[in-house]
Write a protein that binds this ligand. Structure first.
Ligand SMILES: [Zn+2]
Length: 475
């Protein structure tokens, strides 16, 4: 027998095509789907008798589950190992050694730790950029109760690769991913999708690019790839692949730009390439914090104006540190207001308004992960992926414009409860599916061991006094 829940008395921000907001709304959930939604005065009398759980959410808001379209769950154990270093040091001396020494168990713990942070920030679905051990991620996602599009990090060429990746051939990269697809796609009651991964064009032969596209099309799934991250990438592509501009132009030429390509970052794209992306219905994951830190300003407004579906991602912990989509929404809105002033010489505080940022984190995110029929908005027939926000704190009061408050005022701490697939996975800020303290403890130990194995040393910045050292100015 199934379960049913009736939530009522809340401000319900549906993000449906008409952007309906109910000031006293109710949602009736049966098993994993929304069965009814509307004003409490209509829904409550109709469904209160049959509901197993009735929850009065007066003073609270309900929004769709947020969708993080670019995250490296395997890098969560690497938070803090590569702060304030240049990109090559970041990649060659810290991240690649870290990732290549990971075990399946490390990946499992890293994904659990990352998932805890994602759920606390209201995320019900994420797209993994590509880690080494997809089976570890699968176990963690199953347990967390969240929704995910998982991909394996795939590289068949490139300089400076760790030994363990050096041995990978184009065929082995493809074969492993095909196996992962047939084993895990649709698992965890359909919450897990398996995608094909391409780390970046600098680490992919044309053979890998083309065969990945062929396989993803055959399987009816997506491709997750870092695209046009840095100026050097475009330069390298134009020199080695004999093309005028960079990655996007080249991917268009060989037929990779398509509606099932999720292009992460996409910072260094010119106006012509923005048009190419729009025409091909490519999806972009905009990662505000990590772009600011290492890559630059992506032409997000230009993309949105051209009709590109732009969603939001956190990227991994070593390039952002915070895995909160709430923070990313706030940053996205600010960066592009500032960018207008910088590039056009005139301020425009209306650039990337709150309602647009909310779409990027919900409905556009759903399109980016190829699941817009099921998630991204609160509508009858869709999956019950939703977030309860408690705005009654010093971070958000007073409230005059709730939609603006969700983007400009809301903090991660205002996320109260999270439901995914009709099941509560967090209530009153307590994750229900895993023991948070246990995960934190195990992840911390695993991270220390992993850094030792990978021989990664983080230089000391200041004169840190450890216990037992001589205290200089004792009283
Ligand atoms: Zn990334």
């Amino acid at each position: 027998m199934g379960t049913s829940k009736l939530l009522h008395g809340a401000w319900v921000v549906t993000m449906d095509p008409d952007l309906h907001v109910y000031s006293d709304g109710a949602i009736y959930v049966e098993d994993d789907r929304i069965k009814a939604l509307g004003p409490s005065s209509l829904i409550l009398p109709s469904f209160s008798k049959q509901a197993h759980e009735i929850l009065d959410l007066s003073g609270h808001w309900i929004i769709p589950g947020l969708i993080n379209t670019h995250v490296h769950t395997s890098q969560q154990l690497a938070r803090g190992i590569a702060d304030d270093v240049d990109l090559l040091t970041w990649l060659h001396e810290r991240i690649w050694p870290f990732e290549s020494h990971m075990s399946v168990e490390d990946s499992y713990l890293s994904t659990l730790l990352c998932g805890i942070e994602l759920i606390h920030s209201g995320v019900t679905c994420f797209a993994e950029a590509g880690g080494q051990h997809v089976e570890g991620m699968v176990s963690a996602v199953e347990r967390l109760g969240i929704r995910a599009c998982l991909a394996r990090s795939t590289m068949d060429t490139g300089e400076g690769l760790p030994v363990s990746w050096d041995s990978e051939t184009t065929d082995s990269c493809l074969k492993v991913q095909e196996e992962l697809f047939s084993k895990f796609h649709g698992s965890a009651g359909g919450r897990i999708h398996v995608w094909f991964g391409l780390r970046q064009i600098l680490n992919a032969t044309d053979d890998l690019l083309l065969k990945t596209k062929e396989l993803a099309d055959k399987c009816g799934t997506g491709i997750h790839m870092h695209v046009a991250e840095i100026a050097f990438e475009n330069k390298h592509v134009s020199e080695t692949r004999n093309i005028e501009h960079g990655t996007v132009t080249y991917l268009s030429k060989i037929g990779l730009l398509d509606s099932n390509l999720l292009a992460a970052h996409s910072v260094w794209v010119n106006p012509n390439e923005v048009d190419l992306m729009a025409k091909a219905s490519v999806k972009v994951s905009h990662c505000p914090a990590s772009n600011l830190r290492m890559l630059g300003f992506a032409p997000i407004q230009e993309m949105l104006t051209a009709g590109v579906c732009v969603s939001i991602g956190t990227d991994g912990a070593p390039s952002n540190n915070r895995m909160s989509l709430v923070d990313e929404m706030y940053l996205a809105s600010l960066i592009h207001k500032g960018k207008v002033a910088f590039t056009k010489g005139a301020t425009d505080p209306s650039a990337l308004p709150a309602e647009c940022v909310l779409k990027m984190a919900t409905t556009y995110g759903a399109k980016a992960v190829l699941q817009e029929k099921n998630i991204g908005s609160l509508e009858v027939g869709k999956k019950a992926d939703l977030v309860v926000v408690n705005p009654n704190t010093w971070t958000m009061m007073p409230i005059h414009d709730p939609i603006a408050s969700l983007v400009y005022c809301m903090r991660t701490e205002n996320i109260d409860s999270v439901m995914c697939d009709g099941r509560w996975i967090m209530r009153s800020q307590k994750i229900l599916t895993v023991d948070e303290a246990e995960v934190l403890n195990a992840a911390s130990k695993a991270s220390t061991e992993l850094l030792k194995r990978a021989n990664i040393h983080i230089p000391k910045r200041m004169n840190v006094c450890r216990s037992g050292c001589q205290q200089k100015n004792s009283i």
